[in-house]
Design a binder for this molecule. Structure first.
Ligand SMILES: NC(=O)c1ccc[n+]([C@@H]2O[C@H](COP(=O)([O-])OP(=O)(O)OC[C@H]3O[C@@H](n4cnc5c(N)ncnc54)[C@H](O)[C@@H]3O)[C@@H](O)[C@H]2O)c1
Length: 310
Protein backbone atom coordinates (compact mmCIF):
# COMPACT_ATOMS: atom_id res chain seq x y z
CA UNK A 1 0.00 0.00 0.00
CA UNK A 2 1.41 3.38 -0.90
CA UNK A 3 1.45 6.14 1.66
CA UNK A 4 -1.08 8.25 -0.24
CA UNK A 5 -3.67 5.44 -0.34
CA UNK A 6 -3.74 5.02 3.43
CA UNK A 7 -6.42 6.77 5.44
CA UNK A 8 -5.38 9.55 7.79
CA UNK A 9 -6.80 10.51 11.17
CA UNK A 10 -6.07 13.19 13.77
CA UNK A 11 -5.49 12.24 17.41
CA UNK A 12 -5.55 15.22 19.76
CA UNK A 13 -3.53 14.45 22.88
CA UNK A 14 -1.97 11.59 20.94
CA UNK A 15 1.30 11.83 22.86
CA UNK A 16 -0.48 11.19 26.18
CA UNK A 17 -1.10 7.90 27.97
CA UNK A 18 -4.19 6.58 26.16
CA UNK A 19 -3.33 8.52 23.01
CA UNK A 20 -0.04 6.69 22.50
CA UNK A 21 -1.77 3.30 22.79
CA UNK A 22 -4.42 4.47 20.31
CA UNK A 23 -1.81 5.77 17.86
CA UNK A 24 0.07 2.45 18.01
CA UNK A 25 -3.12 0.53 17.20
CA UNK A 26 -4.07 2.88 14.37
CA UNK A 27 -0.62 2.64 12.79
CA UNK A 28 -0.74 -1.15 13.19
CA UNK A 29 -4.05 -1.18 11.31
CA UNK A 30 -2.54 0.74 8.39
CA UNK A 31 -3.77 4.23 9.20
CA UNK A 32 -1.56 7.33 9.09
CA UNK A 33 -1.89 9.58 12.10
CA UNK A 34 -1.46 13.27 12.79
CA UNK A 35 -0.99 14.01 16.49
CA UNK A 36 -1.57 17.43 17.99
CA UNK A 37 -0.29 17.73 21.54
CA UNK A 38 1.19 20.58 23.56
CA UNK A 39 3.33 18.04 25.47
CA UNK A 40 2.05 19.20 28.86
CA UNK A 41 1.83 15.51 29.79
CA UNK A 42 2.80 14.01 26.46
CA UNK A 43 5.93 12.18 25.36
CA UNK A 44 7.29 12.68 21.86
CA UNK A 45 9.95 9.98 22.40
CA UNK A 46 7.45 7.15 22.66
CA UNK A 47 6.11 7.95 19.18
CA UNK A 48 9.55 8.46 17.62
CA UNK A 49 9.67 5.15 15.75
CA UNK A 50 6.37 5.87 13.99
CA UNK A 51 7.59 9.35 13.08
CA UNK A 52 10.77 7.83 11.61
CA UNK A 53 8.64 5.38 9.60
CA UNK A 54 6.67 8.31 8.20
CA UNK A 55 3.44 7.00 9.73
CA UNK A 56 2.91 9.67 12.38
CA UNK A 57 3.26 13.42 12.12
CA UNK A 58 3.49 15.27 15.42
CA UNK A 59 2.23 18.83 15.58
CA UNK A 60 3.49 20.26 18.87
CA UNK A 61 0.79 22.82 19.45
CA UNK A 62 -2.19 23.66 21.59
CA UNK A 63 -5.83 22.81 20.87
CA UNK A 64 -6.71 26.25 22.18
CA UNK A 65 -5.13 27.61 18.96
CA UNK A 66 -7.79 27.17 16.29
CA UNK A 67 -5.43 27.80 13.36
CA UNK A 68 -3.14 24.99 14.46
CA UNK A 69 -6.06 22.60 14.79
CA UNK A 70 -7.56 23.55 11.44
CA UNK A 71 -4.24 22.86 9.72
CA UNK A 72 -3.78 19.54 11.56
CA UNK A 73 -7.32 18.35 10.74
CA UNK A 74 -7.08 19.03 6.99
CA UNK A 75 -7.39 15.79 5.02
CA UNK A 76 -8.24 13.66 8.09
CA UNK A 77 -11.19 11.22 8.04
CA UNK A 78 -11.71 10.96 11.79
CA UNK A 79 -10.69 13.02 14.81
CA UNK A 80 -10.12 11.16 18.08
CA UNK A 81 -10.26 13.97 20.65
CA UNK A 82 -8.25 13.05 23.73
CA UNK A 83 -6.32 16.24 24.54
CA UNK A 84 -7.42 17.47 27.94
CA UNK A 85 -6.55 18.48 31.42
CA UNK A 86 -7.07 14.84 32.19
CA UNK A 87 -7.45 14.50 35.91
CA UNK A 88 -9.59 15.70 38.77
CA UNK A 89 -6.88 17.15 41.01
CA UNK A 90 -5.18 18.93 38.10
CA UNK A 91 -8.43 20.58 37.06
CA UNK A 92 -9.09 21.65 40.61
CA UNK A 93 -5.60 23.16 40.91
CA UNK A 94 -5.85 25.07 37.62
CA UNK A 95 -9.48 25.80 36.67
CA UNK A 96 -8.54 28.23 33.89
CA UNK A 97 -6.37 25.69 32.11
CA UNK A 98 -9.01 22.98 32.44
CA UNK A 99 -11.83 25.17 31.13
CA UNK A 100 -9.87 26.66 28.26
CA UNK A 101 -8.51 23.25 27.22
CA UNK A 102 -11.45 20.94 27.95
CA UNK A 103 -14.24 23.30 26.89
CA UNK A 104 -12.84 25.94 24.50
CA UNK A 105 -10.35 23.42 23.10
CA UNK A 106 -13.16 20.94 22.48
CA UNK A 107 -15.20 23.58 20.67
CA UNK A 108 -12.13 24.31 18.54
CA UNK A 109 -11.81 20.60 17.72
CA UNK A 110 -15.47 20.38 16.70
CA UNK A 111 -15.20 23.53 14.58
CA UNK A 112 -12.04 22.18 12.92
CA UNK A 113 -13.85 18.90 12.24
CA UNK A 114 -16.76 20.72 10.60
CA UNK A 115 -14.37 22.85 8.53
CA UNK A 116 -12.34 19.84 7.40
CA UNK A 117 -15.47 17.79 6.64
CA UNK A 118 -14.30 14.80 8.68
CA UNK A 119 -16.52 11.70 8.76
CA UNK A 120 -16.66 11.61 12.56
CA UNK A 121 -15.30 12.86 15.85
CA UNK A 122 -14.81 10.62 18.89
CA UNK A 123 -14.91 12.51 22.19
CA UNK A 124 -13.27 10.95 25.25
CA UNK A 125 -15.58 11.88 28.07
CA UNK A 126 -15.44 10.51 31.58
CA UNK A 127 -17.42 8.74 34.26
CA UNK A 128 -16.92 12.02 36.17
CA UNK A 129 -19.93 13.49 34.30
CA UNK A 130 -22.18 11.53 36.69
CA UNK A 131 -20.63 12.90 39.88
CA UNK A 132 -21.47 10.90 43.01
CA UNK A 133 -24.12 8.45 41.80
CA UNK A 134 -26.96 7.54 44.18
CA UNK A 135 -26.88 3.92 43.01
CA UNK A 136 -24.52 1.52 41.30
CA UNK A 137 -23.92 0.47 38.60
CA UNK A 138 -24.41 3.70 36.65
CA UNK A 139 -26.19 3.62 33.29
CA UNK A 140 -25.72 6.13 30.48
CA UNK A 141 -29.15 7.64 31.14
CA UNK A 142 -28.23 8.83 34.64
CA UNK A 143 -28.24 12.63 35.08
CA UNK A 144 -25.14 14.75 34.72
CA UNK A 145 -24.32 15.93 38.25
CA UNK A 146 -20.56 16.52 38.16
CA UNK A 147 -18.90 16.94 41.53
CA UNK A 148 -15.71 18.64 40.39
CA UNK A 149 -14.36 21.00 37.73
CA UNK A 150 -13.00 18.18 35.62
CA UNK A 151 -16.41 16.49 35.47
CA UNK A 152 -18.08 19.83 34.74
CA UNK A 153 -15.69 20.46 31.85
CA UNK A 154 -16.51 17.04 30.36
CA UNK A 155 -20.27 17.73 30.68
CA UNK A 156 -19.72 21.00 28.79
CA UNK A 157 -17.61 19.19 26.18
CA UNK A 158 -20.39 16.63 25.65
CA UNK A 159 -22.96 19.41 25.34
CA UNK A 160 -20.94 21.09 22.58
CA UNK A 161 -20.55 17.72 20.85
CA UNK A 162 -24.35 17.37 20.73
CA UNK A 163 -24.81 20.97 19.63
CA UNK A 164 -22.33 20.57 16.76
CA UNK A 165 -23.97 17.28 15.78
CA UNK A 166 -27.39 18.95 15.71
CA UNK A 167 -26.46 22.19 14.00
CA UNK A 168 -23.51 21.33 11.78
CA UNK A 169 -24.43 17.78 10.82
CA UNK A 170 -21.22 16.58 12.42
CA UNK A 171 -21.09 12.96 13.51
CA UNK A 172 -19.81 12.82 17.09
CA UNK A 173 -19.53 9.73 19.27
CA UNK A 174 -19.10 10.10 23.02
CA UNK A 175 -17.22 7.53 25.05
CA UNK A 176 -17.30 7.85 28.86
CA UNK A 177 -14.24 6.11 30.18
CA UNK A 178 -13.93 4.70 33.70
CA UNK A 179 -10.48 4.70 35.36
CA UNK A 180 -8.04 3.52 32.73
CA UNK A 181 -4.72 1.87 33.60
CA UNK A 182 -1.87 0.36 31.64
CA UNK A 183 1.77 0.85 30.75
CA UNK A 184 2.99 4.40 30.24
CA UNK A 185 0.64 6.22 32.63
CA UNK A 186 1.78 8.46 35.44
CA UNK A 187 0.41 10.41 38.38
CA UNK A 188 -2.66 8.19 38.96
CA UNK A 189 -3.21 5.70 41.75
CA UNK A 190 -2.04 2.50 40.01
CA UNK A 191 1.23 3.92 38.63
CA UNK A 192 1.91 5.78 41.89
CA UNK A 193 1.32 2.71 44.04
CA UNK A 194 3.21 0.28 41.79
CA UNK A 195 6.20 2.63 41.99
CA UNK A 196 5.84 3.20 45.73
CA UNK A 197 5.40 -0.51 46.51
CA UNK A 198 8.53 -1.45 44.55
CA UNK A 199 10.52 1.36 46.20
CA UNK A 200 9.41 0.23 49.67
CA UNK A 201 7.53 3.48 50.20
CA UNK A 202 4.12 3.91 51.85
CA UNK A 203 0.94 3.53 49.79
CA UNK A 204 -1.09 6.61 50.71
CA UNK A 205 -4.86 6.06 50.75
CA UNK A 206 -6.91 9.25 50.71
CA UNK A 207 -10.09 8.27 52.50
CA UNK A 208 -10.46 4.51 52.14
CA UNK A 209 -14.08 3.99 51.19
CA UNK A 210 -13.59 4.51 47.47
CA UNK A 211 -14.89 1.98 44.96
CA UNK A 212 -13.32 2.34 41.54
CA UNK A 213 -14.07 0.79 38.17
CA UNK A 214 -10.66 0.07 36.65
CA UNK A 215 -10.36 -0.51 32.93
CA UNK A 216 -7.44 -1.95 30.97
CA UNK A 217 -6.12 0.51 28.39
CA UNK A 218 -6.50 -2.07 25.61
CA UNK A 219 -10.26 -2.08 26.16
CA UNK A 220 -10.35 1.73 26.18
CA UNK A 221 -8.61 1.73 22.80
CA UNK A 222 -10.97 -0.97 21.45
CA UNK A 223 -13.87 1.28 22.44
CA UNK A 224 -12.43 4.41 20.83
CA UNK A 225 -11.86 2.51 17.58
CA UNK A 226 -15.35 0.95 17.65
CA UNK A 227 -16.98 4.27 18.53
CA UNK A 228 -16.95 5.39 14.93
CA UNK A 229 -19.56 2.65 14.30
CA UNK A 230 -21.97 3.83 16.98
CA UNK A 231 -23.98 6.69 15.49
CA UNK A 232 -24.82 10.19 16.73
CA UNK A 233 -24.98 11.04 19.61
CA UNK A 234 -24.54 7.83 21.55
CA UNK A 235 -22.78 8.16 24.87
CA UNK A 236 -21.30 4.84 25.88
CA UNK A 237 -19.90 3.85 29.26
CA UNK A 238 -16.62 2.03 28.94
CA UNK A 239 -15.69 0.30 32.16
CA UNK A 240 -15.19 -3.15 33.61
CA UNK A 241 -18.54 -3.18 35.43
CA UNK A 242 -16.64 -4.38 38.51
CA UNK A 243 -16.01 -2.23 41.58
CA UNK A 244 -12.64 -2.50 43.28
CA UNK A 245 -12.32 -1.07 46.78
CA UNK A 246 -9.27 1.15 47.10
CA UNK A 247 -8.04 -0.95 50.02
CA UNK A 248 -8.35 -4.14 47.94
CA UNK A 249 -6.31 -2.42 45.23
CA UNK A 250 -3.58 -1.71 47.78
CA UNK A 251 -3.59 -5.38 48.83
CA UNK A 252 -3.38 -6.58 45.21
CA UNK A 253 -0.48 -4.23 44.54
CA UNK A 254 1.42 -5.46 47.58
CA UNK A 255 0.75 -9.05 46.44
CA UNK A 256 1.91 -8.65 42.84
CA UNK A 257 5.04 -6.71 43.82
CA UNK A 258 5.87 -8.80 46.91
CA UNK A 259 6.22 -5.51 48.74
CA UNK A 260 6.18 -4.96 52.48
CA UNK A 261 5.19 -1.29 52.10
CA UNK A 262 2.74 0.13 54.62
CA UNK A 263 -0.75 1.24 53.61
CA UNK A 264 -1.24 4.63 55.25
CA UNK A 265 -4.65 6.26 55.61
CA UNK A 266 -4.87 9.99 54.83
CA UNK A 267 -7.92 12.32 54.98
CA UNK A 268 -10.25 11.97 51.99
CA UNK A 269 -10.14 14.61 49.23
CA UNK A 270 -13.47 16.39 48.84
CA UNK A 271 -13.30 16.85 45.08
CA UNK A 272 -13.05 13.13 44.38
CA UNK A 273 -16.05 10.96 43.57
CA UNK A 274 -16.09 8.10 46.11
CA UNK A 275 -17.87 5.35 44.21
CA UNK A 276 -18.41 4.44 40.59
CA UNK A 277 -19.17 1.23 38.74
CA UNK A 278 -20.18 1.42 35.09
CA UNK A 279 -23.28 -0.28 33.81
CA UNK A 280 -21.70 -2.15 30.90
CA UNK A 281 -24.91 -3.43 29.29
CA UNK A 282 -24.68 -1.08 26.35
CA UNK A 283 -20.97 -1.58 25.63
CA UNK A 284 -21.49 -5.35 25.73
CA UNK A 285 -24.24 -4.96 23.15
CA UNK A 286 -21.60 -3.40 20.89
CA UNK A 287 -19.36 -6.44 21.38
CA UNK A 288 -17.11 -4.73 23.91
CA UNK A 289 -16.90 -7.36 26.64
CA UNK A 290 -14.75 -6.39 29.63
CA UNK A 291 -12.42 -8.82 31.35
CA UNK A 292 -13.81 -10.56 34.46
CA UNK A 293 -10.89 -9.44 36.63
CA UNK A 294 -10.22 -5.79 35.83
CA UNK A 295 -6.86 -5.90 37.66
CA UNK A 296 -5.51 -8.96 35.87
CA UNK A 297 -2.80 -6.91 34.13
CA UNK A 298 -1.22 -5.51 37.30
CA UNK A 299 1.56 -8.11 37.44
CA UNK A 300 2.47 -7.65 33.77
CA UNK A 301 2.87 -3.87 34.07
CA UNK A 302 4.50 -3.78 37.53
CA UNK A 303 8.09 -4.04 36.18
CA UNK A 304 7.57 -0.96 34.02
CA UNK A 305 6.94 1.04 37.21
CA UNK A 306 9.91 -0.37 39.14
CA UNK A 307 12.33 2.28 40.38
CA UNK A 308 15.59 2.45 38.42
CA UNK A 309 18.36 0.64 40.22
CA UNK A 310 22.12 1.17 40.17
N1 LIG B 1 -6.93 7.97 31.96
C1 LIG B 1 -8.17 7.85 32.45
O1 LIG B 1 -8.41 7.12 33.42
C2 LIG B 1 -9.30 8.61 31.81
C3 LIG B 1 -10.60 8.39 32.31
C4 LIG B 1 -11.66 9.09 31.73
C5 LIG B 1 -11.44 9.95 30.66
N2 LIG B 1 -10.15 10.15 30.24
C6 LIG B 1 -9.96 11.10 29.14
O2 LIG B 1 -9.22 10.45 28.11
C7 LIG B 1 -8.36 11.39 27.47
C8 LIG B 1 -6.94 10.88 27.49
O3 LIG B 1 -6.55 10.67 28.84
P1 LIG B 1 -5.06 10.26 29.24
O4 LIG B 1 -5.15 9.44 30.44
O5 LIG B 1 -4.34 9.74 28.04
O6 LIG B 1 -4.48 11.68 29.64
P2 LIG B 1 -3.03 12.30 29.40
O7 LIG B 1 -2.93 13.50 30.28
O8 LIG B 1 -1.98 11.27 29.53
O9 LIG B 1 -3.10 12.75 27.87
C9 LIG B 1 -3.68 13.97 27.48
C10 LIG B 1 -2.76 14.60 26.46
O10 LIG B 1 -3.32 15.87 26.09
C11 LIG B 1 -2.26 16.80 25.99
N3 LIG B 1 -2.81 18.15 26.21
C12 LIG B 1 -3.27 18.67 27.37
N4 LIG B 1 -3.68 19.93 27.20
C13 LIG B 1 -3.52 20.21 25.86
C14 LIG B 1 -3.76 21.35 25.06
N5 LIG B 1 -4.29 22.48 25.58
N6 LIG B 1 -3.45 21.29 23.74
C15 LIG B 1 -2.89 20.17 23.21
N7 LIG B 1 -2.64 19.06 23.92
C16 LIG B 1 -2.95 19.08 25.24
C17 LIG B 1 -1.26 16.39 27.07
O11 LIG B 1 0.05 16.86 26.82
C18 LIG B 1 -1.35 14.88 27.01
O12 LIG B 1 -0.37 14.33 26.14
C19 LIG B 1 -8.55 12.71 28.20
O13 LIG B 1 -9.49 13.48 27.51
C20 LIG B 1 -9.10 12.29 29.55
O14 LIG B 1 -9.87 13.34 30.13
C21 LIG B 1 -9.09 9.51 30.78
Amino acid sequence: MTKSSRSKVLVTGGAGFIGRHLVARLVGAGTDVVVIDNMKRGSRDKLAKYVEQGRVQIVEDDIRRAEALNAAAAGCEVIYHLAAQSNVMGASDDPTYSITTNVVGTVNVLAAAALAGVKSVVFTSSREVYGEPPELPVGEDRPHLPKNLYGASKVAGEAYCRAFAATKGLRVDIVRLANVYGPGDSGRVIPLWLSAAQAGEDLKVFGGGQVIDFLWVGMAVDALLRATELGVPAPLNIGSGVGTSILDLATRILQVTGSKSRVVRMPSRDVEVAKFIADTTRMRAFGLVPEADPLQHLAEIAPSYAPHRG
